[in-house]
Design a protein around this ligand. Structure first.
Ligand code: GLN
Length: 309
């Protein structure tokens, strides 16, 4: 084991005993997650990926899909069109809040469900069906990860079967004219993007692609422009951790995004992409041990972006 991997391995041993929180319980597939799984990965500028813990374990990406679908929408429609449909202000509310600006119906930001559904609705042509929209999203997220990603059909079926709140958000968005196309196409596509299977390595590489200005550090492929990567990181900085985003910025100081299956990725621009996975969640829906892992790494390696050096 090289010295950095050994260091990361020790770090996981330190946080492994933390047993606060519990896996998400709103669908059986997530409720059945092994709460003890723990994994961490980091990718540097030359594309070397280091993985420790349960690195091979696959889980659904859930809300961590949101910044990458935002990147696709920014690329396809441009920043001004995206900003017509979704704001960029922290909501201070939980991820599934029924919260739209009362005059325009615009969701607070693309990292909460309402904003993510509005963002997903921007992908593709107005008449595109669920399969076409999903294919564009899967292809882009696969380029971010540097390998072909697949939808977990059982999770998708459960997301769709229990997704009335997200469906209601879709209808509200359409009632305001924020979304003009089919609510069903947008919401089902959103459920499919949430159900993509990833490993902690995939998440680290996806974070790395944002860290290195839109170029995947492993494949060398440009996935999005430097400007789009910068825009996505800006929004992750203020909104990526739901109603914990302010405290996260204070303590860790890195743009990040979490998801309800227990994944978390964070970006140190031009330096690293990192990711952690542990299914036990806190009251905000963020992974307790993934937060601890990234916070510790940020501290030990002086990665807080607002620290002067
Ligand atoms: N599928 C989940 C939902 O839409 C994703 C939310 C999340 O990861 N916070 O409710």
């Amino acid at each position: 084991m090289d010295p950095i991997t050994a260091l990361l391995d020790d770090l996981l041993d330190e946080i492994r005993p933390m047993d606060d929180g519990a896996p998400a319980a709103y669908i059986p597939e997530l409720a059945a997650a092994d709460p003890d799984r723990l994994a961490f990965a980091v990718v540097g500028p030359r594309g070397r990926v280091r993985v420790v813990g349960d690195g091979e374990h696959e889980f659904t990406i859930q809300s961590i899909s949101k910044p990458f679908v935002l990147a696709l929408a920014l690329e396809e429609c441009g920043r001004e069109r995206v900003l017509e449909c979704v704001g960029v202000e922290p909501s201070g509310e939980p991820f599934n809040a029924i919260s739209l600006a009362h005059d325009t119906g615009r969701p607070a930001n693309p990292m909460v469900n309402a904003g993510a559904i509005a963002t997903t609705a921007l992908v593709g042509e107005p008449e595109s069906d669920i399969d076409e929209r999903t294919a564009r999203i899967v292809s882009k997220l696969s380029a971010f990860a540097g390998r072909s990603l697949w939808v977990d059909e059982a999770v998708y079926a459960s997301e769709s079967a229990t997704g009335d709140r997200n469906r209601a958000l879709g209808h509200l968005l359409r009632s305001y004219g924020v979304m003009t196309g089919s609510v069903e196409a947008a919401v089902e596509t959103y459920f499919r993007q949430c159900s993509l299977l990833v490993t902690v390595r995939d998440l680290a590489v996806m974070a790395g692609t944002l860290a290195f200005g839109g170029v995947n550090p492993v494949t060398g492929v440009r996935v999005v422009s430097t400007r789009v990567a910068r825009d996505v990181l800006s929004i992750m900085s203020s909104c990526g951790m739901y109603d914990y985003s302010g405290e996260w910025l204070l303590r860790v100081g890195l743009p990040a995004k979490s998801g309800v299956s227990g994944g978390l990725l964070a970006v140190a621009p031009s330096q690293f992409g990192v990711a952690a996975f542990s299914p036990r969640l806190d009251a905000h829906g963020n992974s307790v041990r993934a937060i601890a892992a990234v916070e510790t790494v940020s501290d030990r390696f002086d990665m807080h972006l607002l620290e002067s050096h």
